[in-house]
Design a protein around this ligand. Structure first.
Ligand code: FES
Length: 138
């Protein structure tokens, strides 16, 4: 095996190592075709990766969407991409708002800007629940 072959095999192996965990970590499916809308995101609340959503104030970020359990069986989904410069927002259950750690923007649970530098709200997506499945319509 010459140097070129070694580099090629390492590069291919590296690709596999990068892609495989991403595939394994995916706990959501994106149905398409009739009824699925082709762009809906479904989240199985029974999967360990989504366990945070079974508690009030719990949240996950997936597919650039932050999904929050707001209590009493209700869920909210917003874009997790800060409208200032694209960092990922978080959720503060204590304050019931979404801070962005990059430059301090703060968003209300409804997506509105509370504090800049962001000037545009976060997009809000409808969420429906059927059994243990959340469906977020994007
Ligand atoms: S990217 Fe969020 S405040 Fe700048």
């Amino acid at each position: 095996m010459n140097r070129r072959e070694v580099i090629r095999k390492v590069a291919m192996g590296g690709t596999t190592l990068v892609v495989l965990p991403a595939m394994l970590a995916s706990c959501e499916k994106e149905p398409d075709g009739p009824g699925g809308g082709g762009n809906d995101l479904t989240i199985d609340l029974g999967l360990p990766a989504n366990a945070a959503l079974n508690n009030t104030g719990g949240f996950i970020v997936t597919n650039n969407i932050i999904v929050i359990n707001t209590g009493s069986g209700n869920y909210t989904a917003l874009s997790a991409v800060c409208t200032h410069a694209g960092c990922t927002v978080s959720y503060s259950a204590a304050a019931n708002n979404l801070p962005c750690a990059c430059h301090g923007s703060l968003f209300a649970i409804g997506g509105a800007v509370i504090n800049g530098p962001a000037t545009s709200p976060l997009a809000v997506y409808p969420v429906s629940k059927s059994g243990s499945i959340l469906t977020i319509t994007r």
